[in-house]
Every structure is written in C-alpha cells, then in structure tokens.
Design a protein around this ligand. Structure first.
Ligand SMILES: CC(C)(COP(=O)(O)OP(=O)(O)OC[C@H]1O[C@@H](n2cnc3c(N)ncnc32)[C@H](O)[C@@H]1O)[C@@H](O)C(=O)NCCC(=O)NCCS
Ligand SMILES: Nc1ncnc2c1ncn2[C@@H]1O[C@H](COP(=O)(O)OP(=O)(O)OP(=O)(O)O)[C@@H](O)[C@H]1O
Length: 199
C-alpha cells in the first residue's frame, strides 16, 4: 500500500522547506513548480501556446521564457493568469500523474505531491491526504519579500492571486504551523506522518 500526500500552502509558506526535509530522508517529492518549469521549456507544446498568446515581449534573448516578466503580467491580471493556467496546468498534471504512478509501481510507501494550487485548482483527487504548510499573513509577506527581493506591492499581488491561507486551513486534513523555527516545523511534520502511518 502506498500513501500519496498533497502538500500545499501559499506562496513562500514553506512547502519547499518541508519538501527538503522529506527528500533528505529519501522520500519522493514531486514538485508542481519544477514540473511547470519543465513544461514550458523551448520545444514543449505549452511553450508554443504561451508565446502565441503573450508574444515576444515575454522572451529572453535565447528565446526561453522570461519568468520575471511573465510573472509581472499574470500576478496583476486575473484574466491573463487564468489564460496561463489553462495552458500550463494540463501539462503539469499529466507529468505529475506519470511520476506518481511510477513511484507507486516502484512500491514506494509514501509519495508527496507538492502543489501550491492544490485547492484552487481542485486537484485533491490526486492525493489520499492533504497537508497544509501554514504561516500568518505577516510572516508570509516578510518571507516572500526577502526571498524574491520583491517590493511590498509586488509581494501582496502574488499573495492575493491565491486562496487565503486561513481558508485553506479549513480544507486540509492536517496543518503544519510554520511561523516558528524549522526544528518546530520538522517535529510537527513527523508527528503527522506517524499519525497517518505514513512512516
Ligand atoms: C508566473 C511564473 C512564470 C513565475 O515564475 P517564477 O519562477 O517567478 O515562480 P515559480 O514558478 O517558482 O512559482 C513561485 C510560486 O508562485 C505561485 N504561483 C505560480 N503560478 C501561480 C499562479 N498561476 N497562480 C497563483 N500562484 C502562482 C506559487 O505559490 C509558486 O510556488 C510561473 O510561476 C508560472 O509559469 N506559473 C503558471 C503555472 C503555475 O500555476 N504554477 C504553479 C504550480 S502548477
Ligand atoms: N520556519 C522558518 N523559519 C525561517 N524561515 C523560513 C522558515 N520556513 C521557510 N523559511 C524561509 O521562507 C522562505 C519561503 O519558504 P519556501 O521557499 O520553503 O516556501 P514555498 O512555500 O516553497 O514557496 P513557493 O510556493 O513560493 O515556492 C524561504 O526563504 C525559506 O528559507
């Protein structure tokens, strides 16, 4: 028997930090952000569709996608964000399902799907359990501004493009409070996984 956990949160809430702890223990983590990067590489179908819709202004000199530029468009314009999502998400889903099935075929007991938009995109069907990495609004804003070198206004636009973390709390099977130290987060993680008989 294999258990698939959908690990989610908000932008800069700490999903990658939790994933890194799991990866270090040899647990397979399939990361939607990584898959979405691969899905828009030159030559991929989604790349063609993005350039067709957004034009050359979102390309770098080597014709790869300028993620900073595309981000500054879609985090300020819901219609454009929905358009990008409709191009990228099917490809990401396909890649993640293929990797998950491979891990299950390999008899892995635990598979983690790290999906920031798990609830927004109604992807909970892909996982047996959902685990939310939660921080309060102020911590989220401060960590996002520091990590991405964003202005307050840019960081707020990104946070507002997602379902508020407090709403996600009500939807998740378990919640890790990541406002404290990483050691504290790690302890909560192992406690939840033990409770779920996942480790
Ligand atoms: C807008 C893009 C170019 C920005 O790239 P960048 O390298 O700066 O950020 P990265 O991809 O690492 O994403 C960082 C975080 O932003 C948030 N985020 C990304 N895309 C979205 C979106 N469409 N809606 C809301 N939040 C998003 C997530 O929390 C994600 O973890 C890129 O995020 C993208 O192509 N997004 C569309 C695909 C998508 O939805 N990805 C998220 C998981 S499938
Ligand atoms: N408990 C913590 N204490 C201090 N800093 C933390 C803690 N957890 C995470 N961070 C820092 O906060 C930032 C955001 O964390 P992380 O990158 O793990 O978030 P994320 O949810 O994966 O973000 P995204 O969805 O944008 O990829 C990082 O700079 C990380 O080092």
């Amino acid at each position: 028997m294999s258990l698939t956990i959908g690990l989610t949160g908000g932008i800069a809430s700490g999903k990658s930090t939790v994933s890194a702890i799991l990866i270090e223990k040899g647990i397979t983590v399939i990361d939607a952000d990584v898959e979405s990067r691969l899905a828009v590489e030159k030559g991929e179908e989604a790349y063609q569709e993005i350039t067709r819709h957004f034009g050359d202004r979102i390309l770098l000199e080597d014709d790869s996608i300028d993620r900073g530029k595309l981000g500054s468009i879609i985090f300020h314009d819901e219609k454009e964000r929905m358009k990008l999502n409709s191009i990228v998400h099917p490809a990401v889903r396909k890649r993640m399902i293929a990797k998950k099935e491979k891990a299950i075929r390999n008899d892995e007991k635990l598979v983690i799907l790290d999906i920031p938009l798990l609830f927004e995109s109604k992807l909970t069907f892909m996982a047996d359990k959902t685990l939310l990495v939660y921080v309060n609004e102020d911590t989220q804003l401060q960590r996002l501004m520091a990590r991405n070198q964003l202005s307050r206004e840019e960081a707020i636009a990104r946070i507002r493009s997602q379902m508020p973390l407090k709403d996600k709390k009500a939807l998740a099977d378990a919640v890790i409070d990541n406002n404290g130290s990483i050691e504290d987060t790690e302890k909560q993680l192992w406690d939840i996984l033990k409770k779920w008989n996942a480790i």
